[in-house]
Design a protein around this ligand. Structure first.
Ligand SMILES: [Zn+2]
Length: 113
């Protein structure tokens, strides 16, 4: 859809960026293990941090893929809860938004309870 062409470009650029980041994280994760036990403990700790970063990147990638899919099949920009159109300004600020502000705020409130 033409009205989302800019957002699509943003999403694709973001996907490339996150893919590179994830590749770098994976490389760090599989980097050589040292024999020294103290160093190993430190490495394990690093691996956990790296793993968390990797998960974050994977979640981001799946959100990007979902948004790109929705742009393709015309479902993009519609609130997943109430079916209302999500305002363009919100989509530009949050290209992965799948809910309008009202429903997103309600969801946040539910989760905080
Ligand atoms: Zn809504």
């Amino acid at each position: 859809m033409d009205q989302f062409a800019d957002i699509e470009r943003t999403l694709i650029a973001k996907r490339d960026e996150v893919t590179v980041r994830l590749a770098r994280i994976k490389k760090n994760l599989t980097a050589g293990r040292s024999a020294d036990s103290q160093e190993q403990a430190q490495e394990l700790e690093n691996a956990e941090v790296v793993d968390a970063l990797g998960n974050e990147a994977r979640i981001e990638l799946s959100k990007i893929a979902k948004a790109l899919d929705q742009i393709k099949n015309g479902a993009y920009g519609t609130c997943a809860d109430c079916g209302e159109e999500i305002p363009m300004a919100r989509l530009e600020a949050y290209p992965f938004a799948d809910r309008c502000i009202r429903c997103a705020t309600a969801e946040e409130a539910r989760r905080r309870r």
